[in-house]
Each structure stands twice: as C-alpha cells, then as structure tokens.
Design a protein around this ligand. Structure first.
Ligand code: ATP
Ligand code: MG
Length: 585
C-alpha cells in the first residue's frame, strides 16, 4: 500500500464513522507566536477542544503536516523524522475510550476496511496510575474486548499521560491517560514478551510506536489534577512514515515510498547512509517549511530552517549544494507529494532558490569557521561555540558533530548561556529604541503607530499569511516596518496595500483595546511580535475588525485621524526580510 492509499484509507475509515475530514493546517501555527511549528494533529484543534465544539462537528479526522525540532538529534535512526505527517481522529465531547480503541484496533488489523496488519505483532501500553489519577483499567478492558490478549498489554508511567507531567508543572487544562500501539519489526516475530523484555525491545527499536490514543478525561490547574472534565475528548495520532514502514515491510522510514526516492539522490552526494538520511530528512523538512512562508534567518523559525539547511549541506561530500543537486532534491520532494500537497509544485523554484542561497552563504563562512575551529586547542568552550555561531553561522549541533569527530566535547550549556545573554542584550536595546520612538507620544507618532497596525494587516491580505513583523520604528516624519518576505514587492502589490490602508482609514474605524491574559489574547486571534516576552496581562488593540494586535499602545481613537497613507520605499533589509517606509499626509 503506498502513502496516498494509506492516507485515503485512514480518512475513509473515519469518515464512514461520522468524522468530518479537515485539511492539513500550515506548519506555521496561526497567530501563535509562542510555538515555532505545528507538532501534532491536535495543535490546530486545541482552541475548539477548549471551547467544546468545532464548526465541522464533534467527530474530526485529518492528515496533518508536523515538524518536531526536539527530535533533531534522533534523525538517522529508524523511526524519527523532523518533518512527518500525523494521521489523527478526534472526538470533542462525543465517543470515548471504547469506540476509540475498537476503531484503532479495527483499522490496524482488519483486512477489508483496515490495513490488515498482523495482530500477533501488536503490543499495547496503558497508564499505570499515580497519586492523582488511577491506572487506566478501563482501556485494558476495551483492548481485551477488541481482541488483544491481556499479556500483550503493559502498564507504564508518565510517558502514558498527556501532557507528560513535568517537574514543577504549572499546566492548566485538559489532560488524561494515553494508550500506545507498538508493532514488532523483527523478521521472525518476538512473540509474547515480559514487561522488561517489551521495554528493552522498544529501546532497541525492535518494536515501534505507531499510534497513540489520548483520552482527555481530567482537568489540571497549575499542575494539579482538580477533577474530571464535564465532557471527555479523544485525540489520536499515528505517524504516516511509521505506518508505511510496517505496511511496506521496511526496517526504517527511509525505505518507504515517501523518502526512498529522496534517499537515492541524497546517497549520491553524501559519504554515508547516516549522512544521506540527514540530507533527505532535512531537505524535505526545509522544503515544506519554506513553502509555508518561512525564510532562513538568525531567529526563531528562520533559524530552525537555517540549521536544517546548513546541517544538510554539511553532510554532503563537498560541503556545498550545486544548483543541479538542489533542484533534483526539491523536485523529488515535490513529485512525491504532488497529490497530497500540490502547492509544493508551484513553489519548487522559490524553494530551490532559498535553499541554494542559504547553501552559498554557508559555504562562504564554512572555510573560515573551520579554520577558526582548528585554532581552538582542546575542548570547545561555550563562548567559542557561540562565536562560531554568531560570526561564522555554525549551528550548534554542527559544532558538536565536528568536535565529536575529533574526540572533543563542547560546553553546550555554556553556549546556551552566551546565547541567552546576547538575546537579552539585543532585546533591551530594541525595547529602548521602541520607547524612544513612542516616548514623546506626539500626535503624529500616534498616527504612525496606528497606521503601522493597518499596514501589517494589509500586507497579510495582499502578500499572504507568512508575513510577520520583524521590526518597527516610528518618528514624527515616517514609519518604518520590517517584515518577513523574500521577494521584492511589485508596484501593483504596493498600490494594493496603499489602497487597502486608505480604505480602512476612510472607513472611520474605531480603535479600542482590551486587557487580557496572553493565552486569551492568542486565542482571540491577536497577532503578536514573535519572540517578544509578554507579561501576564497584555493589551489587545483592535481597529474595527481589520486588525487585532498585542501592543502596549497608545493609538489614535479613530482611523479618520490619519489622513492619507503612502508607501515611499520598499527595499531588502536582511535575508528574507523586507523594509517599508511610509508616510501620512
Ligand atoms: P516517540 O516516543 O517514538 O518519539 P512520541 O511519543 O513522541 O513518539 P507522539 O507524540 O505520541 O509520539 O506522536 C504520535 C505519533 O506520531 C507516534 O505514535 C508516531 O507514530 C508519530 N511520531 C512521533 N514523532 C515522530 C517523528 N519524529 N517522526 C515520525 N513519526 C513520529
Ligand atoms: Mg517523541
């Protein structure tokens, strides 16, 4: 069964059982500057789960693009990718454990409607319980009812509770036990396993987790379980690559049809299988991330992207990507996903260009950086690692890899400290600048401030949702606005932005604000500046219903005060960031 058939079968199975099919959301979470990427199918659904309803109904199913940067060190093993697709089904206050478990088992093992996997290769884990919550005996009963023998069900600790409890937990929200399905990858089959044998088989990747059902049944406040939820929810997630691996009888995800063509190309330009896996994984992830509107930079999402591209390039034999290689790799990704994500096809050229540009930039500094590294005698200090990053663009994990090859170690904690103190300094500097801009609160500056919000909203409408504010500066003469976008704006686009802003100005829109918690602000759809640390309570400024932003203010009271808006200049500011200057008159 190929990848497209597996996606379709999953969707069909749940559609037939009353679930509405949702399209994949973007990898860049909408209006949520607190998270870098969508990491699970449930993420775009959280606001609906919290409010207890979804416009499409209370049974939902989707195939969601995900990126998990936390798994970056595992890349190259059999089962982890940075980009992967998650197949999931949800119940919002509708069915609960019994149906969820019955359907998971049916879909995995049934030969007609399901994938027809070998039931004797399945192992199940459930939550063993703790001081707050009893063990999940209910799930055990439902698994037995579905057909799983009791000796294939194992009680485990915190890894079977969602969200995984942390030290000094402050989580508030729905939570509950999870049950995970594992599949035996070995040739002859492991058969019955004791608890210890099962745990060991998992560690050795002889069995692989293919699906996880979460049962939201309790409520936590400030890290403590305070009772049961009035309505229970189900959230499940199964990795497409992992399912393909077991269905196509491959021993790792790189041999499945979503990665194998890319691997064949990667192996031509890399010295080892592990390097080829890193190239294939990182270029695939980079392609999807760029297609969703991110460009390489030194902060946040852009920096994750930069690391992925640079690390892939570092693993090539020549430590650079030719335009032929880049084109071939990106086109392979596009062809592999032609049916499911057709937008990639339209963006092949743009993606290729971004990756090639980043590879070239990296090449320029790599030689110098490597020389610098050679000069360091002994283990690499935090400051050395930070200098390699800030002056030569060496991602930390690359420095670690090079050091390892030479039998040296890197003080990664020291590196993190350097990085944080650097960010602290630049944040204070930019906060100071911002205050300077608004310090006087001159009437003209207030107008420019309000106009900046309108401009931000207009750019999103005209250029797309990938637009994010990267900087802003105001004086009584003009506004300046930096935003993430990698191409020059056309004259037509500038005109469109101008006339939108002017239309809103002439619409006499009221400007108002509300104070609320950061989480509520995000839930309300307010845009924030990514990476800013906000206090407990924030102000959310609304302009009519065209703009909603987290912002300290102050602003004018009505847009009619602004006069007429005109763009004076649009230019490149830094890689992937454009700068606009505009005036009101
Ligand atoms: P693991 O312990 O194997 O890292 P997980 O517990 O982090 O998995 P979940 O958060 O439960 O995984 O995600 C649900 C499903 O998504 C998993 O059962 C698995 O099939 C898949 N999955 C999770 N992480 C990855 C990854 N990095 N690459 C591919 N598939 C993944
Ligand atoms: Mg994981």
């Amino acid at each position: 069964m190929n990848s497209q058939e597996v996606r379709q079968k999953f969707l069909d199975f749940f559609e037939k059982r009353g679930h509405a099919i949702l399209p994949s959301a973007s990898l860049v979470p909408e209006n949520d500057p607190s998270v870098l990427f969508t990491t699970a199918g449930v993420q775009p659904l959280v606001p609906y789960i919290l409010q207890g309803s979804h416009p499409q109904g209370n049974r939902l199913v989707s195939v969601q693009k995900c990126v998990r940067t936390t798994d970056i060190d595992d890349i190259g093993d059999k089962t982890h990718a940075t980009f992967f697709e998650m197949l999931g089904n949800w119940s919002i206050g509708d069915y609960f454990k019994e149906d969820a478990i019955k359907w998971s088992y049916e879909l995995l093992t049934n030969k007609e409607e399901g994938f027809g996997l070998d039931a004797s290769r399945l192992y199940i884990t459930v939550f063993e319980g703790n001081d707050d919550v009893p063990g999940d005996q209910e799930s055990v009963e439902f698994w037995k009812k579905a057909g799983v023998p009791e000796n294939r069900i194992y009680y485990l600790g915190d890894s079977n509770f969602w969200p995984k409890p942390k030290k000094d937990d402050t989580y508030s929200g729905p939570c509950g036990p999870s049950t995970e399905m594992f599949y035996d990858l070995t040739e002859n089959g492991l058969g019955d396993l004791s608890h210890e044998q099962f745990v060991e088989a998992d560690e050795e990747q002889k069995v692989v987790e293919i699906w996880n059902d979460v049962f939201m049944e309790y409520k936590k406040e400030n890290g403590k379980v305070v009772g049961k939820l009035p309505k229970q929810n189900v959230d499940t997630g199964s990795g497409l690559e992992r399912l393909l691996m077991v269905l196509q009888r491959k021993e790792n995800i790189y041999e499945t049809d979503v990665l194998q063509p890319l691997m064949q190309e990667a192996i031509k330009i890399s010295p080892s299988t592990k390097s080829a896996r890193i190239i294939a994984d990182h270029i695939r992830a980079a392609t999807f991330i760029i297609a969703d509107g991110v460009v390489p930079s030194n902060t946040d999402r852009g920096y994750v992207l930069r690391r992925l591209i640079r690390r892939a390039v570092f693993h090539t034999t020549k430590k650079s990507l030719s335009i032929q290689d880049t084109t071939a790799l990106v086109e392979l990704v596009s062809n592999t996903y032609a049916t499911q994500y057709s937008d990639i096809k339209e963006k092949v050229e743009m993606v290729t260009e971004e990756i090639k540009k980043e590879s070239d930039k990296f090449e320029q500094t790599l030689v110098k950086g490597l020389k610098q590294l050679e000069k360091i005698s002994g283990n690499i200090s935090g400051l050395d690692a930070f200098t390699l990053f800030s002056s030569y663009g060496f991602p930390i994990e690359m420095t670690v890899e090079i050091a390892k090859e030479n039998g040296l170690s890197v003080d990664t904690e020291g590196y993190q400290k350097e990085l944080m103190s650097h960010q602290e300094k630049s944040k204070t500097a930019s906060a100071g600048k911002f205050k300077g801009g608004l310090g006087g609160h001159s009437e003209q500056e207030l107008k420019y401030h309000t106009a900046t919000h309108l401009l931000n909203a207009a750019l999103k409408q005209v250029l797309g949702n990938h637009i994010e504010q990267r900087g802003s500066n105001i004086n009584s003469e003009r506004l300046r606005f930096d935003f993430s976008h990698s191409e020059k704006m056309t004259d037509e686009q500038k005109k469109e932005v101008e006339s939108l802003v002017n239309k809103w100005i002439n619409g006499n829109l009221p400007v108002s604000f509300e104070e609320m918690g950061v989480e509520d602000a995000k839930k309300s759809g307010a845009v924030g500046v990514f990476g800013e640390k906000y206090g407990e309570k924030v102000k959310v400024y609304s302009i009519g219903n065209v703009s909603k932003e987290i912002c300290g203010g102050p602003h004018v009271e009505n847009t009619r005060a602004l006069g007429e808006f005109k763009i004076k200049k649009e230019e490149a500011s830094s890689a992937g960031v454009r700068r606009l200057k505009a005036v009101l008159f």
